[in-house]
Design a protein around this ligand. Sequence first.
Ligand code: SAM
Length: 388
Amino acid sequence: MTQAQLPAPSADALAASEQLCQHIRQQIAAQGGWLPFVDYMRLALYTPGLGYYSGGAAKFGTAGDFITAPGLSPLFGGSVAATIAHVLAESGGNIIEVGAGTGQLAAQILAELERLDQLPAQYGILELSGELRERQLQTLQTLVPHLAERAVWLETLPSEFVGVIVGNEVLDAMPCEVIQLNDGAWQRRGIVVNDEGFAWENRALDPIKDAAILATCARWPQIPGYTSEIQIEAQGFIKALSNSLQRGMILMLDYGFPAGEFYHPERSMGTLIGHYRHHTVHDVFHYPGLTDLTCHIDFSAMYSAAEQSGLALDGYTSQASYLLDCGILERAALLDSKSVEYLRTAAALQKLLGHAEMGELFKVIAFSRELEGATAPGFRGQDRSGEL
Ligand SMILES: C[S@@+](CC[C@H](N)C(=O)[O-])C[C@H]1O[C@@H](n2cnc3c(N)ncnc32)[C@H](O)[C@@H]1O
């Protein structure tokens, strides 16, 4: 679908996007006319009041640009709660959810932990977007009003956290570097301004300052024009979470692959894409602030970031295997098979578990510190750790 065929934004949305473009143009000028893509992506998604996540875009659900798992069925969060309950029984402590979106996952986890009589004293939320922080509070007050007071919005990570840190589709929303092989050299992709708007322009990598990036690219297919991403912020984020975790688990769910599959000769254009009103957009300059930008996750890189901080790998598997082992089907079977809710759940399960939908593309990874108990629910089925 060409840009002309995509739904047009409202006049207000268009004006907000133009305001953001103006801000980005100023930043590019202030940096001497060129900005690394990672900085462009940060501005496009997180500029206060204007970025895609920090501004007023609907983002989630049918009226927005994409649907995430918690929006499909409460059984998703109910299943994730099975892992959390298992860990909290051993470690004690609290929960921190990172990048909580609409707050639906928080509500689902709290509701299930209440049913299991394992509510933590505090459910911390670390969220970059002020607009989403407000939405999360509203969701909790609507869906689980008696539990909403357990939620606390954090400004930073605690220095010695005990419990479970959980995040769904948060790593993929973090700014990434884009690197391309040209004339036999790996180059950093960046953004310039020209008469038509924003445009790509490559710059050489510095053999000293960019040694880590060059070492990574040396393992990629050496195919002229090969383009891919390094999730530099997501790696740093995993390290920050790992350093914060004194005892317990980090549980991350997202789409992506291990390095061998990610940096494959056939994936020569990388995985960076936009989402706009439920369409995939390949033009990363499409209405900045109104279009989500995202790249898939290299789970091997996340594993190595956690390992460097002394964490153990507790499990790595597909979303389908994870949810099945958490008992999602058994939870669905408790519903009245003649109810509308049952039919909705059946459709959601098809999406969450289907091999061609989210079941295989999405993975679940768990890291832990000082946990010695049995393998947590979710990871007792198919173990894919060997692929990392
Ligand atoms: C794609 S949304 C997913 C939201 C939610 N977890 C879900 O499953 O619907 C990404 C979320 O991560 C948040 N986010 C991105 N980077 C973050 C960071 N460094 N710290 C905290 N939240 C972040 C965004 O603001 C947004 O809430």
